[in-house]
Design a protein around this ligand. Structure first.
Ligand code: FAD
Ligand code: 2HG
Ligand code: ZN
Length: 474
């Protein structure tokens, strides 16, 4: 390995390769501290050419690669195994904004650009990059692409997949694949970029991205609604979608437990209701000539009259809006502070959502007494985070996590849902993916993996089981 590491140093310079155990620490574990890995070293290239050169050296020396962005992923996809043989390739020195164009309405960035930096660059030219989620201050655009991140604006603008116009990828043989289009329409053959979006570093290293921008929002209204019952959420969503149309950008469900965990974690919070299910709604418009406040008030009054919503508070200032969102976006931190949890990031057809939540809550009470559910999510997308916080005894119980997972995911599968709507498979859900997907789908995924990465060097053991031991490359 010394020969390999010396060769990498020759390409990256001495500050481009970390080998000191203390320097490896931030790259070795996942954000939750749930999975500990032991990287051989961390390569920090500063250009696409350097990424390609490092990948070629890995190929030559038979070294496996774990791409890493902001390391905020929640499925362990960016964490190396414990063998001490995998090289983390961190994109954290490739942070440049390459272009922001108000006519083409695009932003082009290196993959290591922090998401909030890209958002700000779009704002600076009077445009909106709508991709937004709690970890946006640390997550990198390449990581968002590799996980097809969702977040709070998917309802209106789509997942990352819908925002990507072009990418540049370094393939497992070190070749740079240039898919850097900024076209809105292109039917010339297979849309290859889609393969890499959401592939979690298993097919190549994304080095640059072109994202579409939207018109800036000049007025916004944000409200917290106290629900009469969880069941009313479907009618509410249907009513608001009909009344507010494309102005509706967020429709986030927050359970009493989720609110309590978040509020307990924050030094100061401003949330209008102290119990019951809540929905955080946001509408925005690029036009100043629309009475957005009036539209929202009318829609909420109708929902209150119909008995679906008990009460509603519309933010009266940017500070109040920020305070509402702070509570929503601090749920994950609040949950982490409460101890290790078992996360579920599932989606079902929207119509099935309240019944799914109620059934899973009943299961937790009946089958896993002592465990607490923490439920919240992007209900307008049919995506709920049904997280479970085990008791101290349950934490130590062998097989507890797998039993909880099976309980929730069996119900999701029965409703025609997906076991991961946002966070991906990573290393946490590899077995479950094989269980819940059809053999045909897994087989085709394997064929794609073998075609693009025949030596299985790209993030082995993520998404699909590592088949190098049973089926070594020729
Ligand atoms: P990493 O964690 O570094 O990597 C994630 C995966 O992508 C790994 O498999 C890695 O190998 C691969 N990867 C990273 N960079 C590259 C690259 N350049 N090329 C190829 N592969 C790469 N996710 C959502 O979808 N919606 C949310 O609302 C949301 N909220 C979150 C809130 C909090 C508080 C936290 C901690 C996480 C949240 N996440 C959310 C999860 C996470 O932030 C996203 O998955 C994010 O897109 C990961 O980006 P990252 O740069 O941190 O990637
Ligand atoms: C969110 O919606 C994220 O805030 C994180 O996807 C979810 O912490 C989680 O489980
Ligand atoms: Zn989410």
């Amino acid at each position: 390995m010394t020969v390999f590491l010396d060769a990498v140093t020759a390409v990256l310079g001495s500050n481009g390769l970390l080998t000191d155990p203390a320097d490896l620490v931030p790259y070795a574990s996942d954000w939750r501290g749930k999975i500990d890995g032991a990287p051989l070293a961390v390569a920090r290239p500063s250009s696409t050419a350097q990424v390609a050169a490092v990948v070629r050296l890995c190929l030559e020396h038979g070294v496996a690669i774990v791409p890493q962005g902001g390391n905020t992923g929640l499925a362990g996809g960016a964490t190396p195994d414990r063998s001490g043989t995998q090289l983390v390739v961190a994109l954290d020195r490739m942070t440049r904004i390459l272009d922001v164009d108000p006519i083409d309405n695009v932003i082009v960035v290196e993959a290591g650009c922090i998401l909030t930096t890209a958002q700000q660059a779009a704002t600076d030219i009077g445009r909106l990059l709508p991709l937004s989620f709690g970890a946006e201050g640390s997550a990198r655009v390449g990581g968002a692409v590799a996980t097809n991140a969702g977040g709070i604006n998917v309802l209106r603008y789509g997942n990352t997949r819908q925002l990507v116009l072009g990418i540049e990828v370094v393939l497992a043989d070190g070749h740079v694949l240039d898919l850097m289009s900024r076209l809105r329409k292109d039917n010339a053959g297979y849309d290859l970029k889609q393969l890499f979006i959401g592939s979690e570093g298993t097919l190549g290293i994304v080095t640059a991205v072109c994202l579409r921008l939207s018109p800036r929002i000049v007025q916004m209204q944000t409200a917290v609604l106290q629900m009469a019952s969880l069941g009313g959420v479907l009618n509410l969503y249907a009513m608001l979608s009909a009344d507010l149309g494309e102005f509706l950008s967020s429709f986030e469900l927050i359970s009493p437990q989720a609110r309590a965990l978040s509020v307990a974690h924050l030094p100061k919070s401003n949330w209008p209701f102290s119990d019951g299910w809540a929905v955080l709604v946001e509408v925005g418009s690029g036009s100043a000539h629309i009475d957005l406040g009036g539209l929202l008030e009318t829609a909420l009054a109708t929902a209150i009259e119909a008995g679906i919503v008990e009460d509603a508070v519309i933010a009266q200032s940017d500070a109040q809006r920020d305070a509402f969102w702070l509570v929503r976006e601090s749920i994950t931190e609040g949950e982490r502070a409460a101890g290790p949890s078992i996360k579920h990031d599932v989606s079902v057809p929207i119509s099935c959502l309240p019944a799914l939540i109620e059934a899973c809550e009943a299961d937790i009470i009946a089958t896993f007494p002592g465990a607490r559910a923490n439920v919240f999510g992007h209900v307008g997308d049919g995506n709920v985070h049904f997280n479970v916080i085990p008791s101290l005894e349950q934490r130590a119980e062998p097989g507890f996590e797998a039993r909880v997972n099976a309980c929730i995911h069996d119900r999701v599968a029965a409703a025609g849902g997906s076991i991961t709507a946002e966070h991906g498979v990573g290393q946490l859900r590899v077995q479950e993916l094989a269980h819940y997907k059809s053999p045909d789908v897994i087989k085709l995924m394997r064929q794609i993996k073998r075609a693009i990465d025949p030596r299985q060097a790209m993030n082995p053991g993520k998404v699909l089981a590592d088949e190098r031991a049973t089926n070594p490359p020729a």
